[in-house]
Design a protein around this ligand. Structure first.
Ligand code: FES
Length: 177
């Protein structure tokens, strides 16, 4: 950290100390080159569990589609990214919220099992299917990829999402926390 041009001490763009402390608090860990951000106000139990047949009656799809983010937490805004979260059993997947085709809301997509038993999300607009593990488009066969993010879930069910870097807006004063 320097007083000249350092990313941390640039008085023109630096947020208040309290905000920086908050950023550092959010910054949970560094693992495999990823910065993990804790998802605030969303617990794994808030997410619809696609592996649980009993939940299918609890949240009917027509009802879900009328809501911006349903059930709670399936769409989150973190590190200046809108991210779709999906739960399948104890595993949580994170993927860019906008479909790489024409921008459909992937967080409202259904999760389906592929013949090889892996999972994909089906975009609600034109039914393109993206692998939850890799983000690759599996149907139709085209060369498209949705960005996926590594996710950790701790013993208390808290979710963290990994990013390769802070969004640039974090230190410019133009972004939101
Ligand atoms: S916008 Fe998602 S498949 Fe077309």
């Amino acid at each position: 950290m320097t007083s000249r041009g350092g990313w941390f001490v640039n008085s023109k763009h630096l947020r208040t100390c309290a905000e920086v402390v908050k950023i550092l608090w959010i910054f949970m860990s560094l693992s495999d080159g990823y910065l993990f951000f804790k998802v605030e106000n969303v617990h794994i139990s808030d997410l619809y569990d696609w592996s649980d047949p009993k939940q299918k009656g609890k949240y009917s799809r027509p009802k879900l589609k009328r809501r911006e983010s349903a059930p709670s937490g399936s769409l989150v805004h973190i590190n200046e990214e809108k991210i779709a979260l999906f739960r399948h059993g104890e595993k949580v997947y994170a993927m860019q919220e906008k479909c790489p085709h024409l921008g459909g809301p992937l967080h409202l997509g259904d999760i389906e099992e592929l013949p090889d038993k892996s999972l994909c999300v089906r975009c609600p607009w034109h039914s393109w299917r993206f692998s939850l593990d890799t983000g690759r488009l599996v149907l139709p066969k085209k060369d498209k990829v949705a960005i996926t993010f590594p996710v950790t879930v701790d013993a208390e069910g808290n979710i963290s999402i990994g990013f390769l870097e802070f969004a640039s807006d974090y230190f410019s004063g133009s972004g939101e926390f």
